[in-house]
Design a protein. Sequence first.
Length: 275
Amino acid sequence: MSGEDPALLRTRLNELKEALRKLEKEALELRESRNALNSEVKELSAQIRELTAEYRSLKEEAAKLRERREELYSQIQKLKSERNQVRADLKALSDEVKALLNELKTLRDTIGRRRPDVYELRERLERLEWEYQTRTLSPEEERHYVERIQSTESLLAAVERYDECLARIRELRQLILQKRSILSSLTARIKELSSQYLEVKTKLAELREKVNAMRSKLSEMIEKKEALRKKADEYHAKYVEKINEIKRVREELEKTAILLKAAELSQILSRRRAE
């Protein structure tokens, strides 16, 4: 050891000090770069958490809208089915009215322009039947009574049927008015629900666009975060490597300093001996 040249050792010591300063500077830069990237990763992570919460909220809102859309669709289909049934009922009622009106026309031909009173016809029939049963009639008179009784019975039946048709027509027309009112209400309700359905459908489409855009943004942010994390890990690995190198240089520096002291001391002792 004492044979080492102090000048060479001093030069080596200075080189090591310079190398150490350079390494410490590089290590500091690496640490700062790593910390900056870690801060950016941390900030991105916070943004991702916030955006993920918003994304989940939008997904929940979309699920509720889809549920509402299906509910409205089901209600509309049910109301349309009811409306179709009401329309079918209206057609059946209208067809019955038409049939009864045609029957009335035929009955009018039988009854004549002046409709006889039912009670008068019944009294006439009772009188004719009484006379037919109580009087002594010739064959000609008997035939005449039978014809009059049959004619009166036919006319009475026609008048009674005529009255029945009129009453049924009035009843049917009242039912038709009620059905038309129901049909109008159903149509208005279907229109109202259809408007709500279209509104929900539009909102859902807009929300779907937002969700898709947010999903893409989240994917980009996560990808960026992973890239930054990877870069930060690389800087950290280089930083650790640099710290180990600094440790090695410091050890060599300490060793060289000891050698230099020993060489200088040896040189001093040699000069003293020479004196």
